[in-house]
Design a protein around this ligand. Structure first.
Ligand SMILES: *Cc1c(COP(=O)(O)O)cnc(C)c1O
Length: 469
């Protein structure tokens, strides 16, 4: 037995409906990635065998969720399905005011417009691309106040999503009244799906409370965070996931939810708020940007699927299998010596591209290069989370190079089998063993101004391939 052997929890579901996927040849994939401008995001999904680009909206809905679709009330105003969603959010997340939005970023737009003014400053436990983009579009400056360990892929800190209270106090000391809220994420995506502890949430609440600063919660993966609290934090092991989730949210004043994550939905989201006056303002903006405040860009049936998904997400067997699958993949890679972010996160395994390709300069985007190589090797699609995703500084226009340059393999919920995960592991291990074959990185031929990683196009920095030449 090696140290990294890990139990693979049997799934609490069986498969009722399947979707064919297709393997392709290596020459086919080399051609495909070239046509996609060396950006896996621009590949056709049919050309991908195992798609780990994101766990967002790519989940398998349950038979109960599909059945719930048929009960959707498509009334323009006051649909019954809205009240079903409202009850689920109030019950499991505890926010009194619930405003549906088409997906998370719709909520980010509205919350940012309500609360941010030019010159605002927003501290947060690491940035998320769409969240920070909305904050910056509205004139705010984002301040990363996550603990240093979050930026160290090899640190085994159990709560790498924790806020560094001294950093937060310093930002409050400097900008005080110009801080409309603190932006907190549960399981920090850019750190590799790392949780925030309950103790830290309480401490942040205490500190911000003294200054009258609200906390806005990014709840996309709060259920996964609740699972880690149950596993790792003293005093919470005997509590249910639902109790922990509610306790986490109780430290916050509002939340934006992307239901495409924890809630197993293909689309949808909501804003949850405690303050009635702020909720009124948010509803009036929702009217302009999303839809009436009782559907917010979602069909009635989507609200039914989200409500049902919320209930399923807090079932312990469900979240155990979900996180266990991710940990299984991560530990297979660790056992083979592949440098991945530790501890293994809740929704993804992140490969440390700087450790795999130490000779490639940052300007040639080692993460993006490694993501392209994984696709060519095995038809597996991951996403860069490094310099390309970080974009340019809005003031100086310089590239931002975050300390970590990762390739994220996000695992959709209830979609892939253990054999698929073994294929992914074998492919990553092969690319790692043969990493010397990757000689050059990539340079832009098209660079979009916002969220550039989605649509950027590249060519190899030298020659016509990243392999040799
Ligand atoms: C997905 C996500 C968002 C944005 O939500 P969308 O539904 O993709 O618009 C915001 N924050 C986090 C942490 C997310 O994972």
């Amino acid at each position: 037995m090696n140290d990294h052997a890990i139990e693979y929890p049997a799934e609490p579901w069986k498969i009722k409906s399947v979707e064919p996927i297709r393997q392709t040849s290596r020459p086919y994939r080399e051609q495909a990635i070239r046509q996609a401008g060396w950006n896996p995001c621009l590949l056709r999904s049919e050309d991908v065998y195992i798609d780990l680009f994101t766990d967002s909206g790519t989940n398998a809905m349950s038979d109960r969720q599909w059945a719930a679709l048929m009960t959707g009330d498509e009334a323009y105003a006051g649909a019954r399905s809205f009240y079903v969603l409202e009850r689920a959010v109030r019950t499991y997340y505890g926010y009194e005011h619930v405003i549906p939005v088409h997906q998370g970023r719709g909520g980010e737009n509205i919350v940012s417009r309500c609360l941010i003014r030019p010159g605002s400053h927003i501290p947060g436990n690491m940035f998320f691309p769409s969240t920070r983009a909305h904050q910056e579009l509205n004139g705010a400056t984002f301040h990363d106040v996550v603990i240093d360990e979050a930026h160290d892929p090899s640190s085994d800190h159990p709560f790498k999503g924790d806020v560094d209270l001294a950093k937060l106090a310093a930002v409050i000391g400097e900008y005080g009244d110009a801080i409309p809220y603190v932006s907190l994420a549960a399981t920090v995506n850019m750190a590799g799906g790392q949780p925030i502890s309950m103790a830290n949430l309480a401490a942040v609440r205490e500190l911000t409370g003294r200054h009258g600063i609200p906390i806005m919660f990014d709840a996309a993966r709060a259920v996964e965070n609740a699972w880690f609290v149950k596993q790792r934090e003293a005093g919470w092991g005997d509590r249910s996931i639902a109790e922990i989730l509610l306790a986490m949210c109780s430290f916050t004043d509002g939340a934006v939810m992307s239901s495409k994550k924890d809630s197993f939905a293909n689309i949808g989201g909501w804003i949850g708020l405690r303050d009635g006056e702020l909720a009124e303002r948010a509803r009036s903006l929702a009217l302009l940007y999303e839809g009436l405040h009782t559907y917010g860009g979602m069909a009635g049936r989507d609200m039914e699927a989200v409500a049902r998904g919320i209930e399923e997400s807090v079932e312990e067997s469900s979240i155990r299998a979900r996180v266990g699958q991710v940990e299984y993949l991560g530990h297979r890679l660790l056992a083979a010596g592949v440098p991945v972010v530790r501890p293994i996160g809740g929704h993804c395994v992140c490969i440390d591209a700087l450790a795999v390709l130490p000779l490639l300069p940052r300007e040639e985007f080692p993460g993006q290069t490694l993501a392209a190589a994984l696709y060519v090797e095995g038809g597996i699609r991951g996403v860069e989370r490094g310099g390309l995703s970080a974009g340019r500084d809005p003031v100086t226009g310089e590239n931002r190079y975050p300390p970590m340059e990762l390739v994220r393999l996000a695992i959709p919920r209830r979609v892939y089998t253990r054999a698929h995960l073994d294929m992914v592991a074998d492919c990553v291990i092969r690319v790692h063993e043969e990493r010397d074959r990757i000689k050059r990185g990539l340079r832009f031929v098209h660079e979009p101004s916002h969220l550039r990683f989605f649509q950027a196009r590249f060519v190899p920095a030298d020659g016509d391939s990243i392999f040799g030449g």
